[in-house]
Design a protein around this ligand. Structure first.
Ligand code: AP5
Length: 222
């Protein structure tokens, strides 16, 4: 049975966005990235965006009420088959999500943890480039554009995220270890966690994730 309501958990740069995009395309799910929603709010200078900007630039978590606001507004549009990418990020967010989904009688079906060693993370993040127009993600070495700085998908200009610098990455990784990593145990206890080895090619990770979403995955994938 295909899983319909999923969380993708993992360190910054682990490949959550890359794999969420592929899983949603293949299984008809909606990709909900709180990072993307917040960046959109910052760009549009909405009250949520104004509140979030400094936290994001510093690599800190945006306050829970702001994050709940942007995410639940999107879920309220009638989305009930989704991959959550970058949410929840702390215990309060995980509990808030559980409450909301329980009230709708549509609990989470699974949590996929993309497991990537710290040694691979910094290179992935500093090499990331994103299209300003369509949001497609590239990597200067692992997924380069055909023409430097130009999106293969739409011809838009690619850029480097302002929080993808080594100084901010250190902070993001520390925040992940302190606040988000404990969620592995939270979801393990609920019997929802499946660990996937994310330290291999994007296609190999995709195949492992696909097996889990399709309901055929092993509990722990080597
Ligand atoms: P967010 O945008 O969620 O950033 P993140 O969690 O740090 O995750 P990333 O987007 O950096 O990485 P990813 O795992 O999606 O990796 P990707 O697929 O792009 O959050 C940004 C900020 O917003 C936070 O710091 C916080 O301030 C705020 N925020 C967001 N959500 C929040 C929340 N819930 N609560 C509070 N604050 C929140 O891949 C990375 C690179 O690696 C790419 O270049 C890709 O091409 C490459 N790559 C991917 N897979 C592979 C592979 N298998 N092999 C080689 N390269 C690969």
């Amino acid at each position: 049975m295909t899983l319909r309501r999923l969380v993708f958990l993992g360190a910054p740069g682990a490949g959550k966005g890359t794999q969420a995009e592929r899983a949603c395309r293949d299984h008809g799910l909606v990709h909900l990235s709180t990072g993307d929603l917040l960046r959109g709010a910052v760009k549009a200078q909405t009250p949520s965006g104004v509140a979030a900007k400094a936290y994001m630039e510093a690599g800190d978590l945006v306050p829970d009420d702001v994050v709940f606001g942007v995410l639940f507004e999107r879920l309220d549009e009638g989305v009930d088959a989704f991959v959550l990418d970058g949410f929840p990020r702390n215990l309060a967010q995980a509990e808030g999500l559980d409450e909301r989904l329980a009230a709708a009688h549509k609990p989470l079906d699974g949590v996929i943890e993309l497991d990537v060693p710290a040694s691979a993370i910094v290179g992935r993040i500093t090499g990331r480039r994103v299209c300003k127009a369509c949001g497609t993600t590239y990597h200067v070495a692992f997924r380069p554009t055909s023409q430097e700085g130009v999106c293969d998908n739409c011809g838009g200009e690619t850029y480097q995220r302002s929080d993808d610098t080594e100084a901010v990455i250190e902070r993001r990784l520390a925040v992940y270890r302190e606040q988000t990593e404990p969620l592995k145990e939270y979801y393990e206890r609920k019997g929802l966690l499946v660990a996937v080895n994310g330290d291999r090619s994007m296609d190999d990770v995709e195949a492992a994730v696909d097996a889990v979403v399709a309901g055929n995955g092993e509990r722990i994938d080597g």
